[in-house]
Design a protein around this ligand. Sequence first.
Ligand SMILES: *Cc1c(COP(=O)(O)O)cnc(C)c1O
Length: 419
Amino acid sequence: MSNASATSNSIPFLDLVTLHAEVEQELCDVFRQALHSGGFVGGHMVQDFEKAFATYCGVEHSAAVSSGTDALRFAIMASGIQPDDVVLTVPNTFIATTEAISQARAIPEFVDIDEQTYNMSVQALERFVEKECLQAADGRLISVRNGQPVTAVIPVHLYGQMADMDAILELAGKYGLKVIEDACQAHGAEYFSKKRNCWMKAGSMGHAAAFSFYPGKNLGACGEGGAVTTNDLGVIEIVKMLRDHGQVKKYYHDVEGYNGRMDAIQAGILHAKLPHLPAWTTQRRERAAEYNRLLEGQEGVSVPYEPTWSRAVYHLYVIRLADRTGMASRLQEAGIGTGIHYPIPLHLQKAYASLNYKRGDFPIAESVAGEVISLPMFPQLTAEEQKRVAKTIAKYLPESGNQCGTFDKHSFATADTTT
Ligand SMILES: *Cc1c(COP(=O)(O)O)cnc(C)c1O
């Protein structure tokens, strides 16, 4: 990630300088307030932010913690997931999702993604519970792969677009699985729930959810941070205990916990930035619509797909094309920053060799991983900059070989002709 501000001839992938210039005075006031009160960890600044963030997400409780990874780990542990339980997730996410599962002493297993949304495929989840699990006498699911009980599923709202939560919740309910949302990229994203007949915010639908406030996220700290959201008071009480060395009050430890609290200064900064988030989200959506317009009809490129039930917040703007690598270097030559989220699906990472997955196990996640590229996306990106990005893409496409145009948004069946 580049933190550099855009100069006249380069377009950064992410610009964290211009964004913070907009709120510099407010953030400096937070620092001064902390210096004058001497409260640096915990305290009212953290509690005030927790309240505001819970309200923003449409949930009853939130607990601020030290990172999104800790938020996930604590949410998993507080949801009652036991050591050696299987927790399902997708292969095309940041490794923090599966690290949190392992750190909670559970075992990650994967299901493939949907070709259009890049989020967890409900069909694949259904196939997993029906074909790759046995049902014990008490109705619990047992994974055939390792003989362990399957007790939770973590849909990841990837790139800022929510997974198909109604369907996932229904299936999970049928098999007694806890649903923990990885909302680390999806602050403010919304899902139209047919079941409840209303739009629901990311982090308000599962048993619990985890957010990250890493600086580059849609709501970012000036350092590290994360939060758990839930409507379950029992969950939030355990999370608050786990983040603070397992203590219920000072030096009374019910369990061994962690040092996973949020700094007061980060909480104050996040609280000051939160009221700006809706406007920044609107700007991201406008930038995404503008990219869609500029790239529309461009053969060989598919732009993000947003179902009617989704209001994505475009943490990332990700396009898909056959020659992703060539395109990335062409954009780089033109001074345009890009990213790849993510180049190697988790089941093929060296870190997970012991899980014994192999190439071909999750064909959609695998083919998507080789073809996605993330374009510059941040609220202050200008229309001029977007035009330059689109022009550079349009110029390179015909040179990138005739494999382009073999697939479109609705059919990737022939996309792999180059391999
Ligand atoms: C950023 C991120 C995390 C981890 O958050 P940190 O605050 O960096 O620990 C987890 N899952 C996803 C999908 C993320 O993008």
